[in-house]
Each structure stands twice: as structure tokens, then as C-alpha cells.
Design a protein around this ligand. Structure first.
Ligand code: CA
Length: 245
């Protein structure tokens, strides 16, 4: 059976693989240099010059990744990272610290405070981009363009193609993101609220039932290949992609 339906351009454009990156840095020249390069790398930078400003901005939009300068006026970068890690909403946001310090004990302090990685100034843009990609891959694999495979399912974000047991599957943009999320987080149960946060984005006001609607669409797209059984409903808890259906 041929399941291939030509996919249209809006489908490709709606899949957002660029990251919202908050840059917390008080030196304007460095701030602008980083922002320019993030934009060129396809990301969407937001800028803050202090820890307080960063916290304020995060209330409105939770970034996908935060770059924090160690030496900031007022609240230090280290203190900002500690605060972010202490709150449930920001606990898991990937953080990279930027610093002029080269002392090994400072580096440890930065990592102990909850930063995921550490870049010493001066750094090359190539290094910054590589670190961002590595941290996103580790902390938010659904943000990267890496091909993901699981039990006969494969999803390629770069070409936007999905295969299930050798059959090509065509998915709507939301189902594509949903499957991408599950494929990068297999064997774990996610509640509807968690799925909304991860797939639809933070601060969205969408009914939890919407998740069920898109899960149903995803399952029926996968059904002809038999891969729909991998996506389990866990009563009272949520959904899980599992190799042992
Ligand atoms: Ca600084």
C-alpha cells in the first residue's frame, strides 16, 4: 500500500527547529555579537543585561536554552542559575555559562550550581554553536535535526520524512512534533499537561483534550503500518511510547 501523500510547504515551515535562546550578558558588544551569530545559526535570541531582567523575561516566555554570563551587575550569573534551578518551571531549561574565569574550581562551582556546560571567554562562534547543539541534543533532543529511530519508526527532521516499517507516513505539523517528542523520549509516561508544555510550548492555553485529538490522529496515521500499538495510553497518567506494547 502506498501511503505517500505529497506534503505541502506550510507543513515544513510550521515545524520549528530553531531555539529561543536567552542571552544574559551585560557587555553590549558581546551581547550583540552573540545575538547576530545565533540569528545566523537559525535561532531566535532574546537579550537581557541583568539577572533580574532575565527572570522578568522568563516569566513571559520560557526559552529553550539560556546563555548566562558569570560576571553580571547585581545578581551574579551563578546566583541566577541557582534561582532558575530552584523553580519547577525553569528547573530543566538547558543553561550554558559564559565566563572569563579559567580557574578549575570556578568551573566546578558553575556546574554544581546546575549549569549544563561552561564556555570560557574568549570563545569562537564555532565553539559556541557546537556547545549549544550538544546541550540541546542532551537536554532537548526534539530541538535538533538528528534522525531518530525507534522500533521500525524513523523520523528525519531535516527532510521532514517519517517511515513506519518501511512505509512512508504523512503527518500534520502537530502530529509530526508529537511523534518527534515521543521518539526522543521513549519509555517514559507524559501527562497531557507535560505534553502540552513540550510540544505546543510553554504558557499555551489549550485544553488537555486537544492532546487526545492529536494522539488519535497520530495513531490512525500509524495504524496501517502497525506502529500505532507502540503509543500507549496509561490510564489516569498520560501517554507513553514503548517498545513493549
Ligand atoms: Ca559581564
Amino acid at each position: 500500500m502506498n501511503l505517500t501523500i505529497p506534503y505541502d510547504t506550510p507543513l515544513m515551515m510550521e515545524v520549528d527547529l530553531s531555539a529561543h535562546i536567552l542571552v544574559v550578558e551585560d557587555e553590549v558588544a558581546i551581547q550583540e555579537m552573540i545575538a547576530l551569530n545565533l540569528t545566523q545559526a537559525g535561532h531566535e535570541p532574546q537579550l537581557a543585561s541583568s539577572g533580574m531582567q532575565a527572570l522578568e523575561q522568563i516569566q513571559h516566555l520560557l526559552p529553550d536554552l539560556i546563555l548566562v554570563d558569570w560576571m553580571l551587575p547585581g545578581m551574579s550569573g551563578l546566583e541566577l542559575v541557582r534561582r532558575l534551578r530552584a523553580h519547577q518551571r525553569t528547573q530543566r531549561v538547558p543553561i550554558i555559562m559564559l565566563t572569563a574565569r579559567v580557574d578549575e574550581s570556578d568551573k566546578l562551582l558553575g556546574l554544581e550550581s546546575g549549569a549544563d556546560d561552561y564556555i570560557t571567554k574568549p570563545f569562537s562562534i564555532r565553539e559556541l554553536n557546537a556547545r549549544i547543539k550538544a546541550v540541546l541534543r542532551r537536554r532537548a533532543p526534539q530541538m535538533t535535526e538528528d534522525l531518530v529511530t525507534f522500533k521500525g519508526l524513523s523520523l528525519d527532521p531535516a527532510t521532514h520524512r517519517v517511515h513506519a516499517n518501511q512505509q512512508e507516513i504523512t503527518l500534520g505539523p502537530t502530529e509530526f512534533k508529537l511523534l518527534h517528542f515521543f521518539l526522543t523520549h521513549p519509555e517514559r509516561v507524559y501527562s497531557r499537561t507535560q505534553i502540552l508544555d513540550h510540544v505546543w510550548g510553554d504558557h499555551v492555553f489549550i485544553e488537555e483534550r486537544t492532546v487526545d485529538v492529536h494522539i488519535r490522529r497520530l495513531r490512525s496515521a500509524l495504524e496501517p503500518s502497525g506502529a500505532d500499538s507502540l503509543l500507549q495510553t496509561i490510564r489516569g497518567a498520560g501517554y507513553r511510547l514503548t517498545a513493549q506494547p
